[in-house]
Design a binder for this molecule. Structure first.
Ligand code: NAD
Length: 355
């Protein structure tokens, strides 16, 4: 298992350090891993004048998986667009052909009161939103501006998905469902859109290949409603780029804390880029205040989805659950009568729980 480690900026190095400690424990216990770090984002710009230096991209290409912290910070906001830290991430997604974005929304029972929904609706929530990342109306052509015959300005975009694009994301959906609760909900707008009609037809066809998975369909407007009405009805949701963009952000808010949310982006061979869903949090960088759990759980996703090491992934997740049950909380998830700790102490607690 060759892993490129790109800590990035802001709290990136602090949270990545804790994830590495967790991986070191698994390595000690027999998992064979090779980890190599490289500068990326603002740190890449500082070192090589490029947010994705050639040596970093080479390492990311050669690795089986990439584990990232986060990028960005006010220091870099004055740079031209192509030198901005965020461009490093966008370019890497493109260069590595990462088309499937996996965003779990997990709410440990211990944190149920952090959600904006009633605890009974969300306690124990564990759903996965799978979003297609490289197609749809964000990339379809033609697109642009023009004047219509009345001389009025118009803007237009094209929603477009080819059959192979639909098949490969649905395949990831069925496979993810097989690793979880075997329920897949495909979200579309089949009552209005041709793209969705094709999508649904293909999903029904592919379901024959996965008889163990219960496939259902839902219109996106209803899915948006159901996510706040009864989110625990879902296991895996699979959808296109634009619907997924909106639904994954909606789902992340069910959990109340951005410091708890891992994410993954996969290519056709399950090579993946794993990172917390949050940014580089410059406001708390260097203060030992950041919550490292999203990054630690991203490393669990890496073991599950790229390396098929389900047992090791579960071991990490169980350790996270244990430290929460023991009352350890970083400032972002702190409540009275729990134990407030810093980034490093949270890492200590997870390592102790693993041991
Ligand atoms: P952010 O996610 O960095 O921070 C939003 C708020 O959440 C802040 O108050 C922050 O302190 C808090 N927060 C975030 N992660 C936390 C953690 N692990 N523990 C505790 N608190 C946490 O979003 P932002 O402030 O909009 O962006 C800051 C920078 O990050 C910008 O430069 C932005 O472009 C960049 N960014 C990078 C990524 C990425 O690398 N994938 C994603 C989003 C934003």
């Amino acid at each position: 298992m060759k892993i490129a480690v790109l800590a990035g900026d802001g709290i990136g190095p602090e949270i990545i350090a804790q994830a590495l400690r967790v991986l070191e424990v698994l390595k000690r216990d027999g998992l064979k891993m090779e980890l190599e770090e490289a500068p990326y984002g603002g740190a890449g710009y500082d070192a090589h004048g490029d947010p994705l230096p050639a040596t970093t991209l080479k390492l990311a290409r050669e690795a089986d998986a990439v584990l990232c912290g986060a990028v960005g910070g006010p220091k870099y906001d004055v740079l031209p667009r192509e030198k901005r830290p965020e461009q490093g991430l966008l370019r890497m997604r493109k260069e590595l052909g990462l088309f499937a974005n996996l965003r779990p929304a997990i709410l440990f029972e211990e944190l149920a009161s952090a959600s904006s929904l009633k605890p009974e609706l969300v306690a124990g929530l564990d759903i996965l939103i799978l979003r297609e990342l490289t197609g749809d109306i964000y990339f379809g052509s033609p697109r642009g501006r023009r004047n219509n015959t009345a001389g009025e300005r118009e803007g237009f975009d094209t929603m477009l998905y080819s059959e192979p694009e639909i098949r490969r994301i649905l395949d990831v959906g069925f496979q993810a469902a097989m690793k979880r609760g075997r329920k897949l909900c495909s979200v579309d707008k089949e009552n209005v859109l041709e793209t969705s009609r094709l999508w649904r037809e293909i999903a029904n066809d592919m379901a024959k290949k996965y008889p163990e998975v219960a496939l259902s369909h839902m219109y996106v407007d209803n899915a948006a409603m159901q996510l706040v009405r009864a989110p625990k009805q879902f296991d895996v949701i699979v959808t296109g780029n634009m619907f997924g963009d909106i639904l994954s952000d909606e789902a992340s808010m069910l959990t109340g804390s951005i410091g708890m949310l891992p994410s993954a982006s996969l290519d056709v061979n399950n090579k993946g880029l794993y990172e917390p869903a949050h940014g580089s949090a410059p406001d708390i960088a260097g203060k030992n205040m950041a919550n490292p759990l999203a990054t630690i759980m991203s490393s669990a996703m890496m073991l599950r989805y790229t390396f098929n090491q389900e047992e090791a992934a579960r071991r990490i997740e169980a350790a996270v659950k244990k430290v929460l049950a023991q009352g350890y909380r970083t400032a972002d998830i702190y409540e009275t009568e729990t134990r407030k700790v810093g980034t490093k102490e949270m890492g200590d607690a997870v390592v102790a729980a693993l041991n």
